[in-house]
Structures are given as structure tokens and as C-alpha cells.
Design a protein around this ligand. Structure first.
Ligand SMILES: [Zn+2]
Length: 434
């Protein structure tokens, strides 16, 4: 019998909320074409859908695809290459790497590899900063389109504070962003979306920041930028924008605090700034690996979560050195313990494995406005999922927290990655085309 229904047999592991995850050792995920029909006990799936085509992942765990809310495409080639703290590292490592993307051939090849590598890490959706060039950003969108991944991304906008080759006038930056958005925003029924992407306050004149706010609000676009990452950066922002009381107020002044704004890092925010983000329903992308790599600081994750700040995870490649959001989730747990090592007299509860999985999946989907279509296996959502090698020492009696922890700390192989029910990556299959 012909059917467009597929039953993927494997353990099921997904987050329903920060505290509640579901682990079904003998599970089944039923997908009709692009959509989740059922996730639960395998026997029940077989009873409900006896004619489904069966795909065997019984030695694997099926999870929702990971969601990376902060990553730089043109920094993938410089992972691990240090060079001081943030402002120095930008000059010594980032800007020279991003300048190479002025060459459209390099941009094309590296963009294609970037999305293949992300899919190989189990990422099904990501918020991407492209290079500061129109053609290279166009190539990045084309590569994302061909890869099948979901992406919210934009050209990194700069009109000051970097080598001239990386700069364009505020007018040109926005005019070309409009053109890119016209070409790519809502491509493939919204699989790709355009994000207004000023790098950070020190890369933008007031004119560019104002235009970014106007453009994003007029077109209802995601805004992504960096905020309060490094203490030297904070001092430089205070010097560049002396009329504003805080870093957050700079962005607020130019209309960049919206319910579609995603601010990376947010390590050194005052209580007042944190409240401003909550008042405007802004999201924070927590990037613990990067925060350590650049010695930026330890973000008060538990306090932010307790206060109700919207938060998810970002790999922040290239200061982050892995495209794996699973790796980042583990780092989020370990970094929450570092907080306690540093603040012995005012400890906070460490992040739990359940919370870490939630941050890596459903929370990311909600931050990128995909909460109704991705992030877990509720029926009706789109079938963005991965099959991950199950540690051989797993037990059917594992709690959800134990199953997540075993997975996270074993650095498992990603066996397959699907978006909208379509397999985009399979372990062992050659992916490089050049
Ligand atoms: Zn970043």
C-alpha cells in the first residue's frame, strides 16, 4: 500500500517545558510527509499506523533538531584561533577572515560547507550573521536554500570601526539589505528569513543604528546584534555614546529593542538593562563557550531565568569552537557551575540537563519565532528531527534527565538530520562537493 506516513523507530527524547522532558526508550515518531503525527510508545504507533513505512533507528535516540540562536558563518574557518579579548580578537582574527568573503568563490564554497557542517551537528535552524558583503550574503542564502536548513540571517552591517574593505555607508548597508530581504525573506514558506544584523554598537554610526531600527520595524524583521559582552567593549561604547546611560539604552534609543530582537552574550547588564530587555520582550542568546574563549565573563544564567528573561543558546562560532548546540548545552551546565565557583557566597542552582535540552531546542524555536512549528514533537509541528547514537550504557530505566545527560556528555555521533521530514544529512555519507 502506498503511504506518505513514516514511522521512525527509536527512543524519543524531547522537551515540553524547562522542567518537563519526555523519554520513551521504545519509542516511535510518526511523520506524514512534513508533519509530526505522533510521538510516543512504539507499540501504540504501530497500532495507530499499521501501514506506515518503517525506518529503523532502534539503536538511536530521536530528538528535535537543535536550534542555534547565534552564529557567524564567516568565522567558521577561524575556530580555536585566539588573539586577546573581544576587541583585539576582532581586529586580529575576525576582520581578516571576513574580508576573504569579498571573493564570491570563497563565499560560495564556504557557505555550502558551513550549512553541511551545521546539519552534521544536528542543527536544523540557526540565526546566522553573514559577512559584511552583499554578494557573499546572497551566496549564503543560496547555500542555505539548497541545504534545506532553516535559517534567520542577514548581512553583518558595519559603517565604522573596521578596515575600510568591510565597511559600507549606512545608506548602502540598508539599501542592499532591503534588496536581500526582497530576494530571500520568507523563501520556501518561511524556511529562510531575513534578519537585520548590525554587528554591535561600535561598528555602527548613529545613522546606521537608526536605519536598522526603522527597517526592522517596518518589515517586522528579526534584529540580531551583540550586547554587553566584554568590559573593554562597555567602556568603548560609553565613550562613543556618552549621551546614553547604558549600552542597552543605546539600542533602545535607536528602536532596536523589539519582541523580535536577539541579543548575544548580555553578560554585564545592570538590573535596569535586564528589565528593559524583559519589558520589550527581547531575547538573550547565551553563548557560554564563546564567553570563556574570549574571557568575557560568566553570565548569570539562573538569575536571568528566574527573572523571566527569554533565553536560548548560541554557539557563537568562531569565538565558540563547535557548531554543536548539544556541546553548547553541556557547556551551559558546566558554566552554571563555574558561576558558583566564582560566587561562593551567593550560589545559584546549576542548570539541569532537562533545562539544557529545553534551551537547545524549544527555547531556541521560541526565540526565533518558530515555537509553533519546531522545537519538540507535539503533533502538528513540522518534522525537524535528528537521530543520535545512543550510548551503549543507556538503560531503559533512565529518567529523562539521565538520558539527556548521558547523551550530552558522550559527545554522540549524529546519525541523521531531517527538516520538514526530509533527510538532509546522514552519517558516513560524503558531504563535501569540492
Ligand atoms: Zn557573535
Amino acid at each position: 500500500m502506498q503511504t506518505d506516513i513514516t514511522l521512525y523507530c527509536g527512543a524519543i527524547l524531547h522537551a515540553l517545558s524547562p522542567q518537563k522532558c519526555q523519554y520513551i526508550p521504545n519509542g516511535g515518531l510518526v511523520v506524514r510527509s512534513t508533519t509530526v503525527l505522533f510521538a510516543g510508545e512504539r507499540e501504540e504507533a504501530l497500532r495507530l499506523y499499521p501501514f506506515a513505512v518503517v525506518v529503523d533507528y532502534s539503536s538511536a535516540i530521536l530528538l528535535p533538531g537543535f536550534i542555534d540562536t547565534h552564529v557567524h558563518l564567516p568565522q567558521w574557518p577561524i575556530i580555536g584561533l585566539g588573539g586577546g579579548e573581544l576587541l583585539e580578537w576582532l581586529q586580529t582574527r575576525v576582520f581578516p577572515s571576513e574580508a576573504q568573503y569579498a571573493n564570491p568563490d570563497i563565499a560560495r564554497l564556504r557557505s555550502a560547507q558551513f550549512f553541511r557542517d551545521a546539519l552534521a551537528c544536528g542543527t536544523t535552524a540557526m540565526a546566522v550573521y553573514c559577512s559584511p558583503f552583499y554578494t557573499a550574503t546572497h551566496e549564503a542564502f543560496r547555500a542555505a536554500a539548497e541545504s534545506g536548513i532553516r535559517a534567520v540571517m542577514g548581512r553583518t552591517l558595519m559603517d565604522t570601526g573596521a578596515p575600510p574593505v568591510l565597511l559600507a555607508s549606512a545608506e548602502q548597508n540598508i539599501a542592499e539589505s532591503i534588496q536581500l530581504a526582497n530576494n530571500w525573506h520568507l523563501y520556501d514558506e518561511g524556511r529562510l528569513r531575513y534578519a537585520v544584523t548590525p554587528r554591535f554598537a561600535l561598528s555602527c554610526t548613529p545613522d546606521l543604528l537608526r536605519r536598522c531600527g526603522e527597517f526592522a520595524r517596518a518589515e517586522h524583521l528579526v534584529i540580531q546584534t551583540h550586547l554587553s559582552e566584554n568590559l573593554f567593549e562597555l567602556a568603548a561604547v560609553a565613550q562613543a555614546f556618552p549621551e546614553h546611560a547604558s549600552y542597552t539604552e543605546v539600542y533602545d534609543h535607536f528602536g532596536l529593542l523589539t519582541h523580535r530582537s536577539v541579543f548575544a552574550h548580555c553578560i554585564h547588564l545592570t538590573a535596569h538593562e535586564q528589565q528593559a530587555l524583559r519589558d520589550n520582550n527581547c531575547a538573550v542568546s547565551h553563548c557560554p563557550t564563546s564567553n570563556r574563549f574570549l574571557q568575557s565573563g560568566v553570565m548569570a544564567l539562573r538569575r536571568y531565568m528566574n527573572a523571566g528573561t527569554t533565553i536560548a543558546l548560541g554557539t557563537d562560532v568562531g569565538a565558540g569552537y563547535s557548531l554543536s548546540v548539544l556541546h553548547e548545552a553541556k557547556e551551559a551546565i558546566e558554566t552554571s557551575k563555574s558561576w558558583n565557583i566564582i560566587h561562593r557566597s551567593e550560589p545559584e542552582a546549576a542548570l539541569t540537563p532537562e533545562e539544557a535540552l529545553w534551551l537547545a531546542t524549544l527555547a531556541g524555536a521560541e526565540v526565533l519565532d518558530m515555537g509553533s512549528t519546531a522545537g519538540n514533537f507535539l503533533p502538528g509541528k513540522e518534522a525537524d528531527f535528528i537521530a543520535v547514537e545512543k550510548p551503549y550504557y543507556s538503560a531503559d530505566t533512565d529518567t529523562p534527565g539521565e538520558a539527556i545527560a548521558r547523551l550530552m556528555y558522550s559527545s554522540p555521533r549524529i546519525l541523521a538530520t531531517y527538516v520538514r521530514g526530509k533527510k538532509l544529512y546522514q552519517f558516513g555519507q560524503p558531504t563535501a562537493t569540492f
